[in-house]
Design a protein around this ligand. Structure first.
Ligand SMILES: NC(=O)C1=CN([C@@H]2O[C@H](COP(=O)(O)OP(=O)(O)OC[C@H]3O[C@@H](n4cnc5c(N)ncnc54)[C@H](OP(=O)(O)O)[C@@H]3O)[C@@H](O)[C@H]2O)C=CC1
Ligand SMILES: CC(C)(CO)C(=O)C(=O)O
Length: 331
């Protein structure tokens, strides 16, 4: 039987994977919780402009809240609740907001960047599978329900924690197979944390640098002599933290590869999701991507002066967005 799937947060990544899954999952089994893009998505559907799949419009079932989604068919619970909102603190938290959709066998799937973000879900839902993913899907929601996607799509999935019960791993494998059956790329990992750290190397360096400099990654690299050195040094600090936690898959070679990938981008380069948020004056994933990393560095006594400085500037920029939204003085 086809699984029933709820998307919580249907922006760049959520709308992309919602469309991918719609290739095999019947429309009545897919529901998307939308917020600011609800009107656009419900009236016109999602417009996808993808360098891989072309340009098209897709109209899934959209609702305004998890309560509404859960009420659609109370006798038929969701097999997967996919969280594709930004990992940003809120009250109530996202983990609390999804409660109406969580039944006995529901897997909670985090399609989110950052490190050490799974804990709250596994504490609140200790018996449910918590699946952690790494999403390679460069995309931007350029206006409500309009998504631009470029370059690649790959999803890596594993349980949290890695030694979760066998049926949690089976839920992860089934989702991998479903994504593959839908014609996209996915892989199961017995322990996905090394892959999360590899992605963090990119997100904790490129995302804040691009957000703070209002430059795409290639634009920043080409902006001056110091730029490449700063990016390289920040990446080296992230590698040092990863290694302190035993993630030997990260090394100086990962830094070299990371820099080379940016250099080889098609101009003007990639706009990381944090840059999109900064340019729109929206809150950014400061703690999920940098704050947690800084805390982990401190716990192991790793010296990370550039990371610390980057975090401080980013946190202050983020606070300025909050002030400005609350009607306070921006300057
Ligand atoms: N974009 C990218 O290239 C990539 C992003 N990622 C990661 O994927 C995750 C999602 O990023 P991305 O798709 O870019 O984010 P977007 O900002 O494009 O989309 C997030 C969506 O979640 C919605 N949302 C947030 N809170 C709620 C809520 N309480 N109820 C309903 N909807 C809500 C937002 O609505 P609203 O507009 O109202 O805030 C928005 O539509 C992040 O962790 C990001 O770091 C990973 C790989 C690539
Ligand atoms: C690496 C990148 C830029 C695209 O996959 C990303 O993860 C993001 O935009 O947050």
């Amino acid at each position: 039987m086809a699984p029933r799937i709820l998307f919580f947060g249907t922006g760049a990544v959520g709308a992309g994977y919602l469309w991918i899954l719609s290739r095999k999952v019947p429309a009545e089994n897919l529901v998307a919780v939308c917020r600011s893009n609800f009107d656009a998505a419900s009236q016109h559907g999602f417009r996808m402009n993808s360098t891989l799949w072309g340009e098209f419009t897709y109209r899934p079932a959209v609702v305004r809240s998890v309560d509404e989604a859960a009420a659609l068919d109370p006798l038929y619970p969701f097999d997967y609740v996919i969280i594709a909102s930004k990992a940003i603190p809120s009250s109530p938290s996202t983990a609390q907001l999804i409660r109406p959709a969580i039944a006995k066998g529901t897997s909670i799937v985090l399609f989110q960047n950052g490190i050490a973000i799974e804990e709250e879900y596994s504490k609140l839902y200790p018996k449910n599978p918590v699946l952690s993913t790494v999403v390679y899907f460069p995309a931007t929601q350029t206006s409500p329900a309009v998504i631009n996607h470029t370059e690649l799509e790959t999803l890596l999935i594993g349980t949290y924690p890695a030694d979760a019960p066998a049926w949690h791993a089976e839920a992860a494998r089934n989702l991998v197979q479903l994504v593959i059956d839908c014609g996209a790329t996915a892989k199961h990992h017995d322990d996905v944390q090394p892959q999360r750290w590899s992605k963090l190397l990119i997100n904790a360096s490129l995302n804040p640098i691009c957000a703070l400099s209002r430059s795409r990654d290639l634009q920043f690299l080409e902006s001056g002599h110091e730029a490449q050195e700063v990016m390289r040094d920040l990446m080296a600090e992230i590698v040092a933290v990863a290694q302190a936690y035993g993630y030997s898959n990260l090394s100086q070679a990962s830094v070299d590869n990371g820099i080379e990938r940016v250099k080889n981008r098609k101009p003007p380069g990639v706009e990381p999701s944090m840059q999109t948020d900064a340019q729109a004056g929206r809150n950014m994933e400061v703690d999920a991507i940098l704050g947690n990393l800084l805390r982990l560095a401190r716990e192991k006594g790793v010296n990370v002066p550039i990371l610390r400085t980057t975090y401080a500037y980013l946190k202050a920029l983020d606070a300025s967005f909050t002030r400005s939204r609350q009607g306070g003085n921006f300057s």
